[in-house]
Design a protein around this ligand. Structure first.
Ligand code: PNS
Length: 160
C-alpha cells in the first residue's frame, strides 16, 4: 500500500490545503494529513481544534486520515510506513523554504521522497496566515476555508 504523509501546521486548514488533499488522495492508496505540534510556533488554534477541523473536512474522502505528530517528520513518516511526503507549492516564494526542508529531510533519511504538488491557480494567493489576519479584522473568509468549519474559525478569530 502506497502511503503518503501530508504534513503541516494547518492553522487553520484552508481551501488550498483541501485541494492538495483531494488531489493527492487520487494518487496514493492512503494519505495521512499530519498536524505538526511545533514547540517553536504559537498557533492560533489548538492541536485538537486543527485536527478536528481537518477531520470534518476530509470526512467524505475514504482514503484520507488525520493525525498529529511531534518530533522529526522523517521519524513519523517511517513509523507510518509511508514512502512520500507531500508538500503544496504556491509560488516562487514558497520554493526556497520548501527546497531546503526537502533536502534536509532527504539528508536525514534518503529513503523518503518529497513530492511537490502545485496548488490550483485559484488558491495560489491563499495562506492560513492571511485567513487569520482577515478573519481577526472582521473580513470575509467564506471562500478561503471549507464551509464545514467556517463558522467555528470565524467565531474564534473574531473573539481573540
Ligand atoms: O505548514 P508548515 O508550518 O509550513 O509545516 C511545516 C512542517 C510541519 C512540515 C515542518 O515544520 C516539519 O516538518 N516539522 C517537523 C519537525 C522536523 O522534522 N523538522 C525538520 C524539517 S527539515
Amino acid at each position: 500500500m502506497n502511503i503518503a504523509i501530508y504534513p503541516g501546521s494547518f492553522d487553520p486548514v484552508t481551501n488550498g490545503h483541501l485541494d492538495i488533499i483531494k488531489r493527492s488522495s487520487k494518487i496514493f492508496d492512503k494519505v495521512i494529513v499530519a498536524v505538526a505540534r511545533n514547540p517553536n510556533k504559537t498557533p492560533m488554534f489548538t492541536i485538537q481544534e486543527r485536527v478536528n477541523f481537518l477531520e470534518r473536512v476530509v470526512k467524505s474522502i475514504p482514503n484520507v486520515e488525520v493525525d498529529h505528530f511531534e518530533g522529526l517528520l522523517v521519524d513519523y513518516v517511517k513509523e507510518k510506513n509511508a514512502i512520500v511526503i507531500i508538500k503544496g507549492l504556491r509560488a516562487i516564494s514558497d520554493f526556497e523554504y520548501e527546497f531546503q526542508m526537502a533536502l534536509m529531510n532527504r539528508k536525514l533519511d534518503k529513503s523518503i521522497e518529497t513530492l511537490f504538488m502545485m496548488t490550483s491557480y485559484k488558491y495560489s494567493y491563499l495562506s492560513s496566515s492571511m485567513v487569520k489576519e482577515i478573519g481577526k479584522l472582521g473580513g470575509c473568509i467564506g471562500e478561503l476555508v471549507p464551509a464545514e468549519i467556517l463558522e467555528d474559525v470565524q467565531t474564534k478569530l473574531i473573539n481573540v
